[in-house]
Unconditional design. Structure first.
Lengths: 153, 664, 195
């Protein structure tokens, strides 16, 4: 068992606890037999709160960040998103930052399950593409780098 | 007056005759044994949809060679972990990477008979890190990582035949043991080519101590102790006061080599062998052992390269107890002991003579005194035999028939399975009093109490693993399901709560609170850390290359397409290797891969992992490939083609994914 | 004084009922244990055994009991003649209608039953006690003699020994014969007094 796995597990546990504290309304703990396991909602960290406009600030394009974003794109995104305007599985990225707000893009990358459940625009996109965008488990930093890379297209 | 009397009597006589005749047909005999299940049993095993079981139950798959994982108390089958047998469902033993896990000194072995799961321990308590299980037929021990529920390493045991007395662990999993069921001749070819009838002179037994590296889980044989020729059956480590000792039950002290059914059941007492493993460890460190021939394979799964790594070792360090007095002692134990179980306090060792009508309980303290006072009955092939009376704590009298195996709760009670009388008997270890008994349906083998062989039993349940199922389930032809039964041990009386079917033959099993395991679970493999030599980190790296007659395809899969999915230029006579990397980075999104005519199985590739399927086309044509694991609404679209041309064709090799511009 | 015609008809029927022993099982042994929910049984005919003989032999093998085989019982070769004789005797009694003959038939049936029970006891004793010293399971002081009639606990088995169709026919037939004898005896005595 690597320590990184452990820390992921701990993070997930912490998140699920937060969800429970936030009034998730699970009745499993009270209704189950004594000593029975409580219901854990482990959904790969997607229970984190959505970002708002204030959370994402854009400055001048940082080429170093964009380059890192490109590396992540090659491994985790390119299979479905082209750098052009054409759709492969998901939409092409050329000009995407002019069509979508930065926090919307960040939320799609970091919290796609919540977005597909709650955001009308995201749902409209799914109707077109028919494939739920996978959660590729990018860190906040990586997502921000990908956003920077998008801005260069 | 007279006539009616006679008439009445005669009629009555006749009616009586008819009555008894009719009555005798169905028989005025007892009805069959009925299962007694108390009213609230259902609610006590009901796990609400969406909620989790309280315990993981790791159950041997028997002759399936695998390890089955159930949830308790529901008895729901969660997973069948491929261990010693190939598994077409996951591609285990079929993919190029996993084939190495099943390599032995006899070559590739696609099957074994798995018997006893044993959880790794820290301070004598199961820690949820690993689960060991033994392969009986081609002697091996496997280590399953409880974070991935995958076989992480397998080591072959040399100079062993029928690895039954295995893989029980010491209190901090310094060692797991392997006691040979069959004694065999050892050494070089000439020493091994002997008449079977020379058993007593030339055959030897061994018990091996295998060390799993705490960080990596790689296993190696630390040392092997040579013993007189007997059959070893089961074993358990001492704990607490008996820490540092290991106990092995052995039968066939008659040293029979034919018709053991009769010839190995003659002596009134066989042995429990006590091994001072701390002393053996010291001797091995001091170089007192001798390296002898013992070619064996040690296979290890690398989570970074997603491939197996094999080490071949030619010899093994052996210790001869005759040269080291104090290393081994025999304790007489009635009638072919099976279970050899140490109670949670570590003070008592329970032997279960499977042909005996009593249970002997040995005292470690008395054993130490007997050794100090040299209270010997004699010796067996040069190994001292302690006096039965000197080492005995006491006997449980007339507990049942055919005691097999004992586990414990935290309140000083033992639970022993009785195969012949088909029951579980609860008794008090200190007082040797039978407290309760409950029938099993039918013919129980092993049993399991969560933590029941450790220092700290969690108790709550005892699970019976039965040898016979008969009428308990819907019949399925001549072969019926195997089965287990869950009993509550919370009260004074054991209560049957649930029957549940199992895969393969359930031999031994262990159970552990889910909370000790769940936090360890790996959800996916990080694609950044993938060091597979043929990984394609992104579709940019997807390609096709030829190396002589080998065609290598770096292929990626993501919902819901492969890249490349059109491959041309493959020729008859080529060997095609599909190295498929799953680019997904989320939990529960495996992709499958299958191609028509593949002479092996599918691949099932976890997120971030790379696996390889070898395909040797046998005919010219265009052949389909597709994803086998439903991945998205467009799963049925996740497919592609491989064009195979004649051997002399000039079709250029290429692999591509052709996208029609769909617009945004 | 001759027997009443109805008595003679009944006696003839009783004698014929004995013939059931030639086609139906006479005795039956049932074994019950948790792991044999359907039970194991053994039926004894006048000339053979039927039932779960192989399973019972397989079990008994552990504790060293002899394997049950038809050849072990010379009784199987001669029992039919005993029944022929008893049936003929009964029919003869009915034909003659004499109380003395009826009494002799009653004694013959009783003698047969006593012999059969004694024979079964001796066999059961031998079967349960003469154990193979090389048996795998030996329980100190334990013998496995099946019950003669009724119930007995043998290790983990509940053993039941009961008459089967033939046995019931035999008992009923002797009961009928005895009742008729009693009734006829009373009838004769009353007749003697009233004369």
């Amino acid at each position: 068992m690597s320590t990184s796995t452990k820390s992921i597990a701990i993070a997930v546990m912490a998140l699920s606890m937060m969800a429970a504290c936030g009034g998730g309304g699970t009745d499993a703990a009270s209704a189950g037999p004594p000593g029975a396991p409580t219901l854990e909602k482990e959904t790969g960290g997607s229970k984190a709160k959505l970002l708002t406009e204030a959370d994402v600030t854009l400055g001048d394009i940082d080429n170093g960040m964009a380059e890192k974003g490109k590396t992540t794109y090659d491994v985790k995104c390119q299979a479905c998103h082209s750098m052009g305007e054409n759709r492969v599985v998901g939409p092409g990225w050329k000009g995407i930052t002019t069509r979508r707000k930065p926090e919307w893009i960040m939320n799609m990358i970091l919290n796609v399950d919540v977005m597909l459940a709650e955001d009308a625009e995201a749902q409209k996109q799914l109707e077109q593409c028919l494939v739920r965008m996978p959660n590729q488990n990018l860190s906040m930093e990586e997502a921000r780098q990908v956003l920077e890379f998008m801005r260069t297209l | 007056m007279k006539r009616p009397l006679l008439f009445t009597t005669g009629t009555m006589a006749l009616a009586g005759l008819a009555f008894v005749l009719v009555n005798s047909l169905p028989g005025c005999r007892p009805s069959t044994t009925q299962t007694v299940v108390t009213g609230d049993a259902a609610s006590r095993v009901y796990v609400k949809p969406g909620t989790h079981d309280e315990f993981y139950n790791m159950v041997s798959g028997g002759f399936s060679g695998q390890l089955a994982v159930y949830g308790l108390p529901s008895g729901r089958l969660l997973r069948e972990v491929p261990v010693f047998s190939v598994d077409p469902e996951t591609g285990y033993g079929y993919s190029e990477e996993t084939k190495g896990m099943l390599m032995t000194s006899h070559g590739f072995i696609p099957w074994d008979d798995s018997h006893h799961p044993e959880l790794s321990q820290t301070n004598g308590i199961p820690d949820g890190k690993w689960c060991f299980i033994n392969g009986n037929n081609t002697p091996r021990i496997a280590l399953i990582d409880m974070g991935t529920f995958r076989t992480h390493s397998i080591i072959e045991i040399p100079n062993s035949a029928g690895n039954h007395s295995s893989p029980f662990t010491t209190g901090n999993s310094e060692y797991v043991v392997a006691g040979t069921r069959f004694s065999v001749p050892m050494g070089d070819d000439a020493q091994r080519d002997v008449p079977i009838s020379s058993y007593k002179e030339t055959f030897k037994g061994t018990v091996s101590f295998i060390h799993p590296e705490p960080e990596t889980g790689k296993m190696s044989i630390a040392f092997q102790i040579v013993t007189p020729a007997v059959d070893f059956d089961l074993s358990h480590a001492g704990k607490g006061p008996s820490e540092g000792w290991f106990f092995f039950s052995c039968y066939n002290t008659e040293q029979a080599y034919s018709l053991l059914e009769v010839n190995a059941s003659q002596r009134d007492k066989d042995f429990i062998m006590a091994v001072n493993w701390k002393m053996a460890e010291q001797l091995a460190k001091e170089g007192k052992g001798k390296r002898v021939p013992g070619r064996h394979y040690s296979n290890w799964w690398n989570d970074k390269t997603h491939s197996s790594e094999t080490t071949v070792v030619e010899d093994v360090l052996q210790l001869d107890p005759k040269e080291h007095p104090g290393l081994l002692y025999f304790m007489p134990c009635p009638k072919s002991p099976h279970g050899c179980d140490v109670d949670p306090t570590g003070k008592y060792i329970v032997g279960s003579g499977k042909l005996a009508a009593l249970i002997p309980v040995f005292s470690f303290e008395k054993m130490q005194k007997a050794i100090a006072a040299n209270e010997l009955e004699g010796d067996f092939a040069g190994i001292p035999v302690l006096k039965y009376e000197s080492v005995l704590h006491g006997e449980v009298k007339k507990p049942g028939l055919g005691p097999l195996h004992t586990e414990f709760d935290a309140n000083g009670n033992a639970y022993t399975s009785f195969f012949v009388s088909s029951e579980i008997v609860k008794w008090n270890v200190e007082k040797l009093e039978v407290l309760d008994r409950v029938p099993t349906y039918y013919s129980i083998g092993h049993l399991c109490v969560p933590g029941g062989d450790s220092k700290q039993p969690w108790g709550k349940y005892v699970i019976a693993y039965n040898k016979i199922t008969k009428d308990r389930y819907l019949p399925t032809g001549p072969e019926l399901t195997q089965s287990a039964q869950l009993y509550s041990i919370d009260g004074d009386k054991m209560e049957l709560l649930l029957d549940f079917p199992t895969t393969g033959e359930p031999h031994y099993a262990q159970a552990i609170p889910a909370d000790l395991v769940k936090p360890r679970e790996v959800k996916f493999f990080k694609i950044e850390e993938n060091q597979h030599p043929y990984v394609a980190k992104g579709e940019k790296e997807a390609r096709v290359e030829r190396k002589g007659n080998e065609v290598h395809v770096w292929m990626t899969s993501i919902r819901s397409h492969f890249a490349p999915d059109n491959i041309e230029g493959v020729k008859l006579g080529d060997e095609v290797y599909f190295h498929v990397t799953n680019l997904e980075q989320d939990w529960d999104v495996p992709h499958g891969f299958a191609i028509k005519g593949a002479a092996n199985a599918e691949l099932l590739i976890m997120p971030g992992e790379t696996q390889t399927l070898k395909w040797v086309p046998t005919r010219v044509g265009v052949w389909p490939m597709y994803c086998t694991d439903f991945c998205s609404a467009l799963h049925q679209e996740m497919q592609g083609y491989v064009r195979v041309s004649p051997a002399n064709s000039n079709v250029p090799l290429k692999g591509e994914t052709v996208s029609v511009d769909a617009g945004v | 004084m001759r027997l009443h015609p109805l008595s003679r008809v009944l006696l003839a029927l009783a004698a014929l009922a004995l013939a059931l022993n030639l086609v139906m099982p006479i005795w039956r042994i049932d074994l019950m244990a948790p792991q044999y929910p359907e039970g194991l049984f053994l039926q004894i005919f006048h000339d053979r055994f039927t039932g779960d003989i192989d399973k019972i032999n397989g079990l008994n093998h552990y504790i060293g009991m002899a394997h049950i085989k038809d050849e072990m019982f010379p009784e199987f070769g001669i029992m039919r003649y005993a029944f022929y004789l008893l049936i003929a005797w009964g029919l003869f009694t009915a034909a003659m209608g004499r109380r003395g003959v009826l009494l002799s038939w009653l004694f013959a049936i009783a003698a047969f039953i006593i012999w059969a029970v004694w024979d079964m006891y001796v066999w059961g004793y031998k079967y349960g006690h003469d154990l193979d010293p090389r048996a795998a399971i030996k329980v100190e002081g334990m013998a496995y003699q099946p019950p003669l009639i009724g119930h007995k606990q043998l290790l983990n088995f509940d053993a039941w020994s009961t008459p089967d169709v033939g046995g019931w026919a035999l008992f009923s037939c002797s009961a009928v014969a005895a009742i008729i004898f009693a009734v006829e005896w009373r009838r004769a005595h009353r007749a003697a007094r009233s004369v």
